[in-house]
Design a protein around this ligand. Structure first.
Ligand SMILES: Cc1ncc(COP(=O)(O)O)c(C=O)c1O
Length: 412
């Protein structure tokens, strides 16, 4: 039985309460019968950073030279290096992925009263920045195969108030960008891509980060490239870049200090964060490649289990598998939540897929007359397995062995 975490009265009539995940199971830390877990003296977390390059060296340089704030060489170096890796001309670092998206939409001209089209199957930061700008999020259901925005459903949502489309590259899988750009072009809309989860991904030979008017990335500790907290806007537009840099820093005027022509933000990254980021970018291919290798090993060890839908990779795209997501179908023989519990008992942490935006207590009233069946099915059945770039082959084998055992147990 799926546990209900929110009371029925919190929802508009007709909402699908039964798709909500149950409470997160407690993950066991010490399990004598699990050698791989004992070896590490801990559970296998869903994600952890690997800081094994020049991170400490560059941080030490910042401390030793006193450059710890938001001016410093590491910031420019990190912006240039990251933008280059994602095929963009310019990078504007920010305090996190949320502020990067907020700033990008502000620079794109989103103002109160506008509408912004985005997927319901995303993380809460995507609609929240739209709301903070005084605009209204307009939701589109997920594509049943890629889990990204269903491009066939975008045009029906465009009104006179629509200002921008925000495609989200879910779990590292790029959106179908060509039709999105075509629709945006036809209707004169900005495309600001939320690429928080998709460092290194590609769409039809083009790098994610270089396709949209602007793209935004997160460098939170679970991201493929991390700075602890951090984010970046990438763009090919000099004008967008200059405006974003200026607004990020209180919109100080160049001609006179303490002179402000725009309402700015302070979304500046520190030299300390950029030091970590620079060291991470030096290992860009290694860190992205590890995610892809992990996914290939998981696929090979899980593809014979009935009732498991493995993560997608549409033709012509490079999915970087930020998180290795599975859909648990009826044929598996037990619910997603029961599988999570049994994996937790074996020291394996998992996460459920996102709870769609239209089901969130803070947003559901706006969408009570609409239906988003694909996102709800993803919410009811999806989980992701440990996905760190530093995950060992023995750990993946252990996790897959556990899933095989659990399914066998379910059939007895
Ligand atoms: C799709 C998406 N957008 C935005 C964000 C926000 O990024 P941050 O946590 O760095 O603010 C995240 C974070 O996980 C995300 O997954």
């Amino acid at each position: 039985m799926l546990k209900k975490t929110i009371q029925p009265q919190d929802y508009a009539p007709g909402s699908k309460l039964d798709v909500l995940p149950g409470k997160d199971p407690e993950v066991r830390i010490t399990l004598k019968r699990v050698p791989v877990v004992e070896e590490n003296g801990k559970m296998i977390p869903v994600c952890e950073p690997t800081l094994k390059g020049n991170e400490l060296k560059y941080l030490k340089e910042c401390v030793e030279t006193n450059w710890i704030s938001s001016t410093g060489r590491k910031i420019i170096a990190f912006e240039e290096a990251f933008a280059k890796k994602v095929g963009a001309k310019y990078g504007v670092s920010c305090t996190n992925g949320t502020t990067a998206l907020h700033l990008a939409l502000y620079v794109a001209g989103v103002v109160p009263g506008d509408e912004v089209i985005l997927p319901t199957f995303t993380m809460i930061a995507t609609p929240n920045v739209v709301t903070h700008l005084g605009a209204t999020p307009v939701l589109v259901d997920a594509d049943p195969y890629t889990y990204t925005m269903d491009v066939g459903k975008i045009e029906g949502k465009i009104t006179k108030k629509t200002k921008a489309i925000v495609p989200v590259d879910i779990y590292g899988h790029p959106c179908d960008m060509d039709p999105i750009l075509e629709i945006a072009d036809k209707h004169g809309l900005a495309v600001i891509e939320d690429a928080a989860e998709a460092h290194g991904a590609e769409y039809r030979g083009r790098k994610i980060g270089s396709i949209s008017d602007a793209s935004t990335f997160s460098f939170y500790a679970n991201k493929i490239i991390t700075t602890g907290e951090g984010g970046m806007i990438t763009t090919d537009s000099r004008e967008f870049y200059e405006k974003a840099r200026n607004i990020r820093d209180h919109a100080f005027s160049e001609d006179r200090h303490f002179w402000h022509k725009y309402v700015g933000f302070n979304y500046r990254m520190t030299n300390l964060q950029a030091a970590v980021g620079l060291a991470q970018v030096e290992r860009f291919e290694e860190l992205v490649g590890a995610r892809i290798r992990n996914a290939a090993l998981y696929n090979s060890l899980l593809n014979d289990i009935p009732g498991l839908r493995l993560p997608p990779e549409a033709e012509g795209v490079k999915n970087v598998f930020w998180m290795y997501g599975l859909m648990i179908e009826d044929e598996f023989g037990m619910s997603r939540d029961e599988l999570r519990k049994q994996l937790a008992d074996r020291g394996i942490e998992t996460r459920t897929f996102f709870i769609p935006i239209h089901l969130q207590p803070v947003y559901h009233k706006l969408f009570s007359n609409e239906s988003f069946p694909v996102a709800e099915s993803l919410c009811a059945r999806g989980l992701y397995l440990p996905s760190s770039s530093g995950l060992g082959e023995n750990e993946i084998r252990y996790i897959c062995g556990a899933i095989h055992d659990i399914r066998e147990g379910a059939r007895l």
